[in-house]
Design a protein around this ligand. Structure first.
Ligand code: ZN
Length: 249
């Protein structure tokens, strides 16, 4: 079947969407940052229509908040919501590690070892941005090694949403060396085909416990968080769905 041809505006909107998405994931556009239509149109040399389309499509995936009168902002979440996201993340990543220990094929095990070795090398360079990227590669190799398309997809989606906040913790002193040790435990358990140990090691690695949690909270600038009592577009949508479910006979 032939794909319908995209109009120029659709292509520009899709390109812009990818650029903004990458900047949000990379943390160059921080949560809470205002996304001004006129300014974006000027910066990227396009008209306002593709800008509006790109913003709407990012809003649909929860990365951008659009509010009447306040315009569009990079989506931020409240602190309780962020902690919940990390909690779910830890369970999902733990599940991936469990499945990888059961199912990883020889070439996937090799890839896990390779990405881990790469992280150890990158650590010597003391470059947090490179380290962040190498860390991401190890996690993604593990999702792939779970050989579960749906769980891998959900984990990746949530990871992307949490990603702008995750940087704050990666860039903390001491966190990089701890990461290497924790990955080592995950890798050893996966290679030993021990699903329970792999799951526990990964859950503990992603989970924010004790000192890590307080350091993490302290590292997030207040403007990157939704103020208490204010709900994001996604949270309002969930609340509406739950209310409608309660009203149903
Ligand atoms: Zn990691």
């Amino acid at each position: 079947m032939r794909q319908p041809r995209r109009t120029g505006s659709e292509t520009r909107a899709a390109d812009l969407r990818h650029t903004l998405e990458a900047a949000i994931f990379a943390g160059t556009l921080r949560p809470g940052t205002r996304l001004d239509e006129v300014e974006l149109a000027e910066r990227f040399g396009v008209s306002r229509t593709p800008v509006r389309e790109a913003l709407q499509s990012l809003a649909a995936s929860g990365l951008v908040d659009i509010r009447a009168r306040q315009g569009a902002h990079v989506a931020s979440v409240s602190l309780p919501m962020l902690l919940e996201m990390f909690q779910v993340m830890a369970e999902l990543e733990g599940l991936c590690a469990n499945l990888a220990a059961r199912r990883a094929r020889p070439e996937q095990r090799r890839k896990l070892e390779e990405t881990h070795r790469h992280l150890v090398d990158v650590d010597k360079e003391n470059d947090p941005v490179k380290f962040y990227e190498a860390n991401r590669q190890f996690h993604e190799a593990l999702y792939e090694a779970s050989n579960s398309e749906f769980i891998a997809e959900q984990t990746l989606l949530l990871r992307n949403r949490v990603s702008p906040y995750r940087r704050y913790i990666t860039f903390q002193p001491g966190r990089m060396i701890a990461t290497i040790e924790e990955h080592e435990a995950v890798l050893a358990a996966v290679l030993a085909a021990d699903p329970v140990a792999a799951q526990r090691a990964m859950r503990d690695h992603v989970n924010l416990l004790g000192d890590n949690l307080t350091d993490f909270i302290a590292s997030i600038p207040p403007e990157a968080l939704t103020p208490p009592g204010e709900r994001s577009t996604a949270a309002r949508r969930t609340a509406r769905i739950l209310e409608a479910a309660n009203e149903a006979p």
